[in-house]
Design a protein around this ligand. Structure first.
Ligand code: ZN
Length: 298
């Protein structure tokens, strides 16, 4: 048994549009301390984040690295003058926030950042339902829709980073997407917020037999079709609050199959239901994703 002083601790933040979920995690991936702070404006939220982590240091949970799984879009180019900043987000007050440098300076530690969904994809690939996949995709369908891609253990960045929640698809007949930027993108059709707007009632109050769920499965089936053909993933993990709807994932798989129309020849013994799966880490994929970032430094 290691003593408190010998144990290595890591600070982690799952920074979302409504909450900053902050925690100290030990080397056994156990959450030692945790708090949730409202996402208001940067000054206010980050001040509370800093108070929480300084308190943990005083309690003996010293750390020299912080993993930050953050809502985006983010500047992740190491050579950019704005590396580690939230760039042009519709989230009021947060555009051009240099979140990495602010936290680094205040907490006197290294900060590793990636998108919340890239981080969750890494965690699912390391410890969850996407283990063993060379190409793994994590999709969250919650208030918004976002996706992260991991290839051979590394998150995909490229030009910026994937924003696959906003790829365009044909809307089912009679349905109009509500994204302010695009006519018919996945987020504008299938996020919880979009569903509430399209059907004029909160998504969580839509009855099990409501047409909305069939439309949802069609949209997400088309989405999975596109992802399978674009990235050739061995796993697509569908997470987020909307996916908690019982039976939805099975419907999505059925529609994906229908949409592919036997075009894709899968390897022997691999079925679509083996590829399209629920998260294995449940509600911890965000925090464990932030933790995974600290192990993934290259
Ligand atoms: Zn959009």
């Amino acid at each position: 048994m290691k003593t408190l002083e010998k144990m290595q601790y890591v600070a982690v933040i799952e920074a979302g549009g409504t909450k900053f979920n902050c925690a100290i995690i030990d080397e056994n991936k156990e959450i030692i301390a945790q708090t949730r702070i409202d996402t208001t404006i940067p000054d206010e939220t980050l001040a509370q984040v800093i108070v929480f982590f300084n308190k943990q240091k005083q309690a003996g949970y010293n750390f020299n690295i912080l993993g930050l799984a953050c809502f985006g879009p983010l500047d992740l180019h190491k050579n950019s003058a704005h590396y580690g900043s939230i760039t042009s987000t519709p989230k009021a007050g947060w555009s051009n926030t240099p979140i990495v440098s602010l936290l680094k300076e205040a907490l006197k530690c290294d900060v590793v950042i990636d998108t919340d969904v890239n981080a969750a994809a890494i965690a699912e690939n390391k410890w969850g339902n996407a283990q063993g996949a060379d190409v793994a995709i994590y999709i969250t369908i919650g208030t918004g829709v976002g996706g992260g891609v991991v290839i051979n253990g590394k998150p995909l960045h490229g030009l910026i980073h994937p924003e696959i929640g906003h790829i365009l698809i044909n809307a089912p007949k009679g349905i109009q997407g509500v994204c302010p930027f695009h006519e018919n993108c996945v987020e504008g059709l299938a996020s919880g917020r979009s569903m509430s707007k399209i059907w004029n009632q909160p998504a969580e109050t839509l009855s099990d037999d409501h047409l909305a769920w069939d439309i949802q499965a069609q949209v997400l089936g088309t989405f999975c079709h596109n992802l399978l053909l674009s990235f050739s993933p061995q796993k697509i993990i569908l997470g987020g609050g909307v996916m908690n709807k019982p039976g939805l994932i099975d419907k999505v798989i059925t529609y994906t199959e229908h949409s592919l129309s036997e075009y894709l020849t899968l390897p022997d013994n691999v079925k679509l239901k083996d590829i399209i799966a629920s998260p294995g880490l449940g509600q911890h994929s965000g925090l464990l994703g932030a933790y995974a970032l600290t192990l993934n430094i290259s």
